[in-house]
Design a binder for this molecule. Sequence first.
Ligand SMILES: Cc1ncc(COP(=O)(O)O)c(C=O)c1O
Length: 359
Amino acid sequence: MGVRYRPIVNELSEYGAIELEELRKKFGKNALKLAENECIRAPPESLLDYIRKEMDGMRRYPTCNYSRLKKTIAGIVGEGCKSENIGAGNGSLEVLDLMMRTFMEPNDQIVMPVPTYYNAMRQAIVNFGDSQFVNTWPSLEINADKVLAASEGAKIIYLANPNNPTGKQIKMSEIEKIAKGAPDAAIFIDEAYHDYCDASAMQLLPKYPNLVLFRTFSKAYGLAGFRIGYAIAHPDIISAFDKIRVPFNVDIAAMAAVEWASKNAKWKDENVKETLKERTWVTSELRKISGMKPIESSTNFIMVFVEEASAIKEKLESEGIMISSFSDFPGLPCQNLRISIGKHDENERVINAIKKAVG
Ligand SMILES: Cc1ncc(COP(=O)(O)O)c(C=O)c1O
């Protein structure tokens, strides 16, 4: 064929999402996916009432300026957040991608302490960013001075707080030091897991207009299938983002799901409460197993350092249990597993399977 792809196409592979459908074909009801840090349970049926109300609008394009959606999200965020601080998209990953495009031109620098969120690294490549990795091994702590030393001329500094795949939090003082020390860079703070901990850079936003926060309804709200996430930033950044983004990038079902979420914070809080209780249990069980070193987590998953990750992962897979591993990963020179927190019986199954696997 005579077509000419962008050279980057040859360097990338398709994202290897874990397909529950495939797993179910093989293991039926025994298929268990604890690999993508999803919510412990599905939303209740009351969500459907909100979706049904929008049926009439289905043949039309949704609103493009999202004024109601932005207002609803601002209400959920609280802390003085206004509609003009909100940019929305098809999952926070799309918002992150579009925000990268709002700032970066080919070969612009994007600084990323590693290890960090795989898809953020990937979209930086797709958007021609010149990624500057800052090593955090072995402490896995983000050090502002080290980040700033790598940030001269950088357009973007990306920090996931809490981080994926480690589950670790960044000290707010370090985030503030970075925001202050790099006023010409957009500081992206990915807060996908903020519902599972108290950490948020929200209170720094009025003081540092270069901050851009990213949040999602995919985790504690259990709405990953609707693909809805958002950015919180200075109105100037949001209006630049709204010029770059694809029009109509949030569909009416997702908008209805956000309306539902705005009335169901209690349900979300219960999910968080149960997840944290289960996380404590899983962490303590893992500590009892020889060779397992779980990292203290601020999220709905746990990273565990192990001696032989692939052998354990394969044994679990043979029982229909999917977890993740980030061995051979930038900034993570050790064998590891990442286990999402599920319901108690699911967590018991994983723990028993790991015990059996290390035998
Ligand atoms: C750090 C981080 N950011 C963003 C996302 C993507 O979330 P969304 O479903 O809103 O695209 C994830 C998903 O796992 C994540 O771990």
